[in-house]
Ligand binder design. Sequence first.
Ligand code: TA6
Length: 309
Amino acid sequence: MTMAELSALNEQFALHDQLVFREGPGGLGICEITNGHAVASVALQGAQLLSWIPRGEQPVIWLSRDARFEVGRSIRGGVPVCWPWFGPHATQPSFPAHGFVRTVPWRVCETKILEDGATFVAFRVTRTDTTDVFWPHTVELELAVKVGVTLEFDLVTRNTGSESITIGEALHSYFSVGDVRHIAVEGLEGCVYIDKLDSGKRKQQSGPVVFDAETDRIYLDASAECLINDPRMQRRIRIVKSGSRSTVVWNPWVDKAERMGDMGENGYLNMVCVESANAADDVVTIAPGDEHHLRVSYRLESLAGKRAP
Ligand code: TA6
């Protein structure tokens, strides 16, 4: 992003000392947010939140130490936006995994300071010749982000065309944890999930999700709130969502992490993905003129005084 583009963005959308646009690694434009509740940063490429640190806390969102910041390449960590499909494309193996919007530039459409002192910023991706290669539909995609005591997203798909569209999507959120071997994800008990590591077999979750190997699951008809219990960090992360019927849980573990090459040394031990999605059976069909909202809110809570296992 050029200095002139950054200056124009700051001219139109900067918020005093709360929100400013700077050039980040790899020349990517970064929106930096600082308020009384938290600090955060969002890459304009993919409207990808990279960090969220509530005041006085350790980071809640994980970003790989070896993340590569390059135009057109997804950044490892943060909250990548997967849209308009989740995972590999159903019929075009050459199309990018998780859709194309996480590696294209989004434009800023609104910034404001909210009454509670939180910061609001909204981004849109517009149709271009590039996007038409993957998705020749007249659709508006917007991501609204609220940074405060909670971190909130609203991913809006507006069907402004004349045909129904069917989308898969996810907020592919990477969370920081003390040690993935000592956390538990609650809220998915009894749900059926697709086990991507066991030929896509459908299984039923018994008890909280715990981690002792590579884990890659799409929980179906899973609309409930989830908790990431992290006794090592004496905290839990509460995930409350709407407009999302799938929850994806993923940790690459050691071998896949090494193959990926951008997870950082033993990075897999300090992250877990709990993704609010609409995937597999839960893809969403949007009629002409309608819109769909995938909303999620993250809140950090203390476990102080509770014993670590
Ligand atoms: O959400 C889990 C997953 O689908 C895994 O299978 C793994 O591929 C992960 O997403 C990361 O995908 P990426 O394309 O960002 O490397």
